[in-house]
Design a protein around this ligand. Structure first.
Ligand code: F6R
Length: 242
């Protein structure tokens, strides 16, 4: 495991963007695993800037998002599909046929989850997975639990996560209570993983993920077992690491 300490959110975003950009330069047909939420917004902006400067081409890149709210149509402006389109995909030359995000309104959710796993496998697996981290240590929407959920599955969101994510919705009642998420095994199979964390409210989760016991009660702790993972933290998120 590598830990990169950065001064602030801007620097964290730049470092993360550099890793994604070099991945695409080295392997133009890379398969990327992507995250949503507040944390990677700056990274997406930086990648888009590099794209606009003409340094990278997304034509052959395939993407798989970590998760999607259950019950939100992709046209809903709170869906992760909408987020990805607005913040990233519409600003780069990605082929939308190579973009994969779980369908939160699929009739048969079990089948949707199995198909998602199959698609990842058929693309040769994820080369680089970008992660954020929840205050409770979740990665994707793998919430603290008694066991690690392996593959893409439907999740009951934690009260903490619902509260944290209510900032994006009009009222807390509007926050979906379920989501479809890649599982821990899906994430751990990625060849490389980069996890970003910014802000004091992530300091405990980061400390636990790096130094704590490996336990499904703090899902990110499983990353200690991954052979190629880098944590990029700003000053506040890394404040409990010395
Ligand atoms: C998002 C995801 C979540 C977020 C986490 C942190 O696709 O999988 O695990 O990364 O909830 O969210 P922010 O960045 O909004 O603090």
């Amino acid at each position: 495991m590598r830990i990169i300490f950065t001064e602030d959110y801007q620097q964290m975003s730049k470092k993360a963007a550099d890793i994604v950009v070099s991945q695409i330069i080295l392997k133009p047909d890379s398969v990327l695993g992507l995250a949503t939420g507040s944390t990677p917004l700056g990274m997406y902006k930086q990648i888009v800037n590099t794209y606009k400067e003409g340094h990278i081409d997304f034509n052959e890149v395939t993407t798989f998002n970590l998760d999607e709210y259950y019950g939100l149509d992709k046209t809903n402006n709170q869906s992760y599909y909408y987020y990805m389109l607005e913040n990233f995909f519409k600003n780069i030359n990605i082929n939308m046929e190579r973009v994969n995000i779980p369908n939160g309104t699929a009739d048969d959710i079990e089948k949707e989850c199995l198909d998602y796993e199959r698609k990842i496998r058929n693309c040769g697996g994820i080369d680089l997975q970008v992660l954020g981290i929840g205050r409770n240590g979740h990665i994707g929407f793998n919430e603290p639990d008694l066991k690690f959920e392996a593959l893409t599955h439907i999740v009951e969101l934690d009260q903490q996560t619902i509260k944290d994510n209510s900032r994006f919705f009009d009222t807390i009642e509007d926050v979906p209570t379920k989501a479809i998420s890649m599982g821990i095994k899906t994430i751990m199979r990625a060849r490389k993983i980069v996890l970003l964390a910014s802000g004091e409210e992530k300091a405990d989760a980061i400390h636990g993920a790096i130094y704590g016991k490996i336990t499904p009660e703090l899902p990110a702790s499983v990353l200690q077992l991954h052979p190629d993972v880098v944590f990029i933290v700003d000053k506040e998120a890394g404040s409990r690491l010395d």
